[in-house]
Design a protein around this ligand. Structure first.
Ligand code: EPZ
Length: 418
């Protein structure tokens, strides 16, 4: 077991570079198996989810190597269609290997994906899209067997947007005969990144708003791609500045993908400007509450930053309200915040926060990745020392959040048992 000890921090200050995007790297890694050749990914974040995805690629027959933040994937040897259960259960992104294997080999055998427990997280939208492409879906002893050797292009309309199902359908369609038109797609920037990568590899793909068109069966080529910066990691650091009323500059922050957060940041009193690709933030005047925030699919306020904004609202003067509309169980942080002294009521997936809360450091446990980052922010605001148990969750998505915060003036120490 590992934990971090976090001291209260006043006014974090300094400049950091934003890491590569976890949720762009995972689909791009899955897409690399479409091509019987080499893929070079620059700016790949050193995070547990990427390392587990790499382990899965090697289990399927790929060869990989790293040089600093560049990951090279040679997928000429991909021949296994069975995705091993143990690593796959560690992350939701493992399900994207289904689309990659269908597109490459026309079949896959796998368990259900794992990942953060923030709701039921079904995969019906993935399987419906596969079936519509002609994939035969069977379940045998808890494992899914997908056979799609004769996938043909279709027009598929998603009944509601899903990031992963959109990405999976794109990957499978790249191996289908003919043209596939996907409607009602999710519009997260990570899907743009996947489309850009696939275009670079030679896939005939175009995207306009919620529609994606793919012509399958193209001849593919070796390609290099740079993973874009992580908008959620950037938002995490911005809000670390907000809770400590600090001044933080974020180099290469994807500002155009952060509009909903930046709008809320200004509402609470934050000030920012963009200079030469760096987002410069000043949180000294942050204090106004946020009476009505709703999470939504992109470009709305991202559910992944909801726990972190909830903690920020604990530091604001007055009544704030956040409604979670994407996942049905994404307030699992509340019990830990109440241990620290927060007063937050929840009804019908709407959290009401009466700030400012006087939080006191204590022992807290991390329920999932983004709640873990949020507890770290709460610890920066709380009086005294906070011990955050099970902090390995945080390392699934953040390359060095503790080191980043310490570079800005924080005091975080990691301890590992045994
Ligand atoms: C992706 O998860 C991200 N993960 C999540 O980030 C992010 O919170 C989520 O998109 C929403 O933006 C990765 O990209 C690896 P969805 P995904 O399918 O694809 C329901 C993080 O912290 N749904 O868009 O699993 C689902 O239950 C993670 O980095 C179905 O009903 O999200 C949810 O209510 C957490 N059936 C909604 O759709 C399905 O088949 C949106 O989920 C699939 C999803």
């Amino acid at each position: 077991m590992s934990r971090i000890r976090v001291e209260k921090a006043i006014c974090l200050e300094g400049e950091l570079r934003v890491q590569g995007s976890k949720n762009a790297a995972l689909p791009v890694m899955a897409a690399s198996i479409l091509h019987k050749g080499c893929t070079v990914l620059h700016n790949c974040p050193h995070i547990t989810d990427v390392f587990v995805m790499e382990e899965l690629l090697k289990a399927l027959g790929a060869v990989t190597c790293w040089e600093d933040h560049t990951l090279v994937i040679d997928s000429r040897g991909i021949c296994n269609t069975g995705i091993p259960a143990a690593p796959a259960e560690k992350l939701r992104g493992s399900i994207l290997l289904a689309g990659g294997l269908l597109g490459r080999l026309g079949c896959v055998e796998m368990g259900y994906p794992g990942g953060c427990v923030i709701g039921k997280r079904p995969i019906d939208l993935h399987l419906e899209a596969f079936s519509h492409l002609g994939v035969v879906v069977e379940e045998r002893e808890g494992r899914l067997c997908l056979e799609g050797k004769s996938m043909t292009g279709v027009q598929h309309i998603f009944p509601r947007p899903s990031v992963g199902a959109t990405e999976n359908a794109i990957l499978a369609a790249a191996g289908a005969t003919g043209i596939t038109r996907l409607e009602g797609c999710a519009r997260e920037p990570e899907i743009d990144a996947l489309c850009d990568f696939l275009q670079g590899m030679g896939v005939d793909i175009s995207r306009r708003e919620g529609s994606v068109r793919i012509r399958g069966g193209c001849s593919l080529r070796d390609t290099e791609y740079t993973i874009p910066p992580d908008r959620i990691a950037a938002g995490t650091l911005l809000l670390a500045g907000a809770v400590t009323r600090g001044r933080i500059a974020l180099k290469e922050a994807p500002v155009s993908q952060m509009s909903s957060l930046l709008g809320l940041y200004q509402k609470m009193g934050g000030q920012y400007l963009v200079r030469g690709g760096t987002l410069i933030t000043d949180s000294r005047s942050v204090r106004r509450p946020l009476p009505r925030v709703r999470t939504a699919a992109y470009p709305g306020f991202p559910t992944d930053l909801q726990p972190l904004l909830l903690v920020t609202c604990c530091t604001l003067q007055g009544e704030s309200e956040i409604e979670e509309t994407i996942f049905e169980d994404r307030f699992r942080i509340l019990g830990q915040l109440e241990k620290m002294g927060a007063r937050i009521g929840v009804k019908d997936n709407i959290a009401k926060i009466s700030g400012p809360c006087s939080l006191k450091g204590c022992l807290v446990h991390v329920p999932d990745l983004r709640a873990g980052a949020a507890l770290l922010l709460a610890a920066l605001y709380a009086e005294g020392e906070t011990v955050v148990e099970d902090c390995t969750y945080i390392e699934r998505g953040y390359e060095d959040l503790y080191g980043d915060i310490n570079l800005l003036g924080g005091r975080i120490r990691k301890e590992i048992d045994g």
